[in-house]
Design a protein around this ligand. Structure first.
Ligand code: ATP
Ligand code: MG
Length: 357
């Protein structure tokens, strides 16, 4: 299948700054890709190149089989929603959504029906006569989405369109977006630095750091099998421990951490210093009867009640006095431990991920 978007070694420099560095990626039609990464890592720059607003300094971009720069802007079939909405304040919701159709000289007779259909799609049926200031933040957001979709583009580009919304509304809109995207089957590229948003909405998550692609994979894989230390630290709450590789046991590495020897998953030569990563939800308070875990005595140093879970910080003397964070998702079942209490912590060797430093 021909990809809808193909990035081939795409890069952009601004003076001495390398904003995007040799990114390659194919995106199939109908997929939802999220570009995830910290502030300044090059997300917006990459999106602007895909939109054809700025030209790559090197590499090239194909959209639907053609080099993007070869297609004049008004022929590009790309809808965009930005962080700042840029709705026309003096136009009604209806006229905002109708605008791209009028710009494209869409047949006058079909406009009303099309606009109403897209207002319904974003659940704003009946509110078409309101101006932006008469709508809530989330409703304005949905007008912007309808406006980006109404001319039925091949590609939808989103630059943090939900960032300004409060958490509850943002989470509702994430699901709403996913519903609309699936219903229309429009190929979508979304930019965010919110990892939850990336995991919830996407078919594929592309993690960036310092202009470089770190990993591009389905959400569960990016989360469960991070490609490197950066990805492991950026997604989820992750503990890192200094470790040294001392050997191999089957398909696992044997490492030394503090005073102990444990097994973990990764690739590194003997003698290498590696970072051993343990997700907070993979680290457990050990109960009598638990088996198959590597266990150590620990002291609780902090207990943070978060409603549906408790975040514990524990000190583990055997692991070089490391401070580790762990989640207990069943506080009602396990009881609550207070700072100063002695507990036993543990993990399964399959969950200790080793990354070369
Ligand atoms: N027009 C420009 N001129 C010079 N430098 C730029 C320009 N646009 C972006 N940069 C630089 O390129 C890098 C990437 O910027 P970009 O806006 O792509 O980051 P981002 O990942 O979108 O960040 P954020 O999450 O904060 O929006 C930054 O170092 C930024 O300062
Ligand atoms: Mg940006």
């Amino acid at each position: 299948m021909q990809p809808m978007v193909r990035l081939s070694g795409v890069g952009k420099t601004f003076g001495d700054t390398v904003a995007v560095d040799a990114v390659s990626l194919d995106l199939e039609p109908g997929k939802f890709l999220t570009i995830l990464g910290p502030s300044g890592c090059g997300k917006t720059t990459l999106l602007r190149m895909i939109a054809g607003f700025i030209a790559p300094s090197f590499g090239h971009i194909e959209v639907n089989g053609s080099r993007i720069e070869a297609v004049p802007p008004w022929r590009r079939s790309i809808g965009m929603v930005f962080q700042k909405l840029a709705l026309f304040p003096h136009l009604t919701a209806f006229d905002n959504v109708a605008y791209p159709l009028r710009m494209r000289r869409f047949a006058r007779s079909g406009i009303a029906e099309r606009v109403e259909r897209y207002l319904d799609l974003v659940r704003l049926g009946g509110l078409g006569e309101r101006r932006p200031h008469e709508l809530s933040g989330g409703q304005q957001q949905r007008v912007a989405i309808a406006r980006a979709l109404v001319f039925e583009p091949d590609i939808l580009l989103l630059d943090e369109p939900l960032a300004a919304l409060d958490r509850k509304l943002r989470e509702d809109m994430q699901l709403e977006f996913r519903r609309i995207q699936r219903e229309l089957g429009v190929t979508t590229i979304n930019v965010t630095h919110d990892q939850r948003e990336a995991l919830v909405m996407s078919d594929e998550v592309m993690v960036m750091h310092d202009g470089r692609l770190q990993q591009a994979a389905p959400p569960a894989e990016t989360y469960g099998r991070p490609a490197n230390r950066f990805v492991a630290g950026f997604l989820g709450l992750t503990n890192f421990l200094d470790a040294t590789v001392i050997g191999r046991q089957g398909d696992r590495l044997v490492v030394r951490i503090g005073d102990v020897t444990v097994e973990g998953v990764g690739e590194a030569p003997e003698g290498a210093h590696v970072a051993a990563a343990l997700r907070a939800e993979k680290l457990r308070l050990v109960e009598p009867g638990d088996s198959g875990l590597v266990t150590f005595p620990a002291i609780v140093t902090e207990t943070v009640f978060e409603g549906d879970r408790i975040l514990y910080q524990v000190r583990v003397p055997a692991l070089g006095d490391a401070h580790l964070q762990l989640f207990d998702h069943d506080p009602a079942g396990h009881g609550r431990h207070e700072p100063g209490e002695a507990v036993t912590i543990g993990w399964s060797p399959a969950h200790l991920l080793l990354f070369p430093d």
